[in-house]
Design a protein around this ligand. Structure first.
Ligand SMILES: *Cc1c(COP(=O)(O)O)cnc(C)c1O
Length: 346
């Protein structure tokens, strides 16, 4: 029996509205729905956000842009953070993908083949991941001007740490580098940058994780619920062990529920010290996480329910991430294709 992942579209929309409200009325709030909307299904999340008023979407690969176009129809703009790469021509000409050009080489190549079509430009203000540094941008300044980019953007490396000096340094660098560039839109901030305040907003923001209920947007409404069916329940005597490696041994008469869901479903094996919930009652996970199964100590329950909850308003993606030594982004993007997916609030 499949586990059930419930995705609350109305919460995603409420989170987008809340993030939008944090910037001024002249600042457009886009939506980042790369990696299949952080694992939640871009083909459903995209149209829901478009219906709520999102006009610009960002993805990370041309293939994602093509798939998203089919789901969104012709109106919304779809930008690709990877810019213009070999094999991307049909995505641009037939599916209206807007590449965010990352290098002098991409600027030159795009100018040759697609001059006159919309494009964005990404500047590197210190993250050293994507985008042109000042000298590289200067070397193709005339080409960039001729392309009349629709968007000039950069990305913050440390926006989830408000006191980090990189934030002010990148802001200053972006102001300096983009000053001489004419574009209808300038953008520096993802979710974290929106929370840093107005100087970081420019004319467009690009939230991702905050839409899906994750930190650093701590006021977000939780978006996912994950419920794992109980496959069987067994009673153990003190001294009996559970799971691979026999790492957990009962110290009292114990009742163990085996639930469907494991590391093949993105429930990270490294996660330690977390629970599954029977309503509001936490039941500790015991023993190792297997490929398809988890074992849970339900000794304290009067009645074992048909399913136990792994993600909910109490145990959010960030709580589970903490238990696994990772971030909410990885919990979300690891969510299994094996789960039955239910969309609420469509
Ligand atoms: C992923 C990404 C975003 C969205 O970031 P969040 O932290 O999820 O809000 C925005 N801009 C760029 C360039 C990205 O790669």
């Amino acid at each position: 029996m499949q586990a059930t992942l419930t995705i609350d579209l109305s919460a995603i929309i409420a989170n987008w509205r809340a993030l939008d409200a944090l910037s001024g009325p002249n600042v457009e709030t886009a939506a980042v729905i790369k990696a299949d909307a952080y694992g939640l299904g871009a083909a459903t999340v995209g149209p829901a956000l478009a219906a709520a008023g999102v006009k610009r979407f960002f993805v990370a690969q041309a293939e994602e842009a093509v798939a998203l176009r089919a789901a969104l129809g012709p109106a919304p703009e779809i930008y690709n953070f990877s810019g213009y790469m070999q094999g991307d021509d049909a995505a641009i000409t037939e599916h209206g993908m807007i590449p965010v050009l990352n290098s002098a080489e991409q600027v030159k190549a795009f100018s040759k083949t697609h001059a006159g079509r919309p494009c964005g430009v990404q500047l590197d203000t210190g993250m050293n991941r994507l985008g042109m540094e000042a000298l590289e941008a200067a070397s193709v300044a005339l080409d960039i001007a001729a392309l009349k980019p629709d968007l000039v953007m950069s990305h913050l490396a440390c926006a989830d740490e408000p006191a980090h000096p990189m934030n002010a340094a990148q802001l200053a660098a972006f102001n300096a580098m983009s000053f001489a560039m004419t574009a209808p839109r300038k953008a520096l901030s993802a979710t974290g940058g929106i929370l840093l305040g107005a100087p970081f907003h420019f004319s467009l923001t690009r939230p991702g994780i905050g839409l899906y209920g994750g930190a650093p947007f701590t006021d977000a409404r939780p978006v996912v619920e994950l419920s794992l069916p109980v496959v069987q329940v067994r009673d153990l005597l003190p001294g009996e062990a559970v799971g691979y490696g026999a790492t957990w041994v009962a110290t009292r008469p114990s009742r163990i529920a085996t639930v469907s869901g494991g590391y093949a479903d993105g429930i990270l094996r490294a996660a330690k010290g977390f629970s599954l919930y029977a309503g509001t009652t936490p039941c500790p996970v015991v023993g190792r996480i297997s490929m398809d199964l988890i074992t849970v100590d339900v000794t304290g329950l009067k009645r074992v329910p048909d399913s136990l909850s792994l993600l909910n308003a109490t145990q959010t993606v960030d709580v589970l991430a903490e238990a696994a030594g990772t971030i909410g982004y990885e919990i979300l993007t690891s969510l299994s294709g094996r789960y039955k997916r239910i969309y609420k609030g469509e």
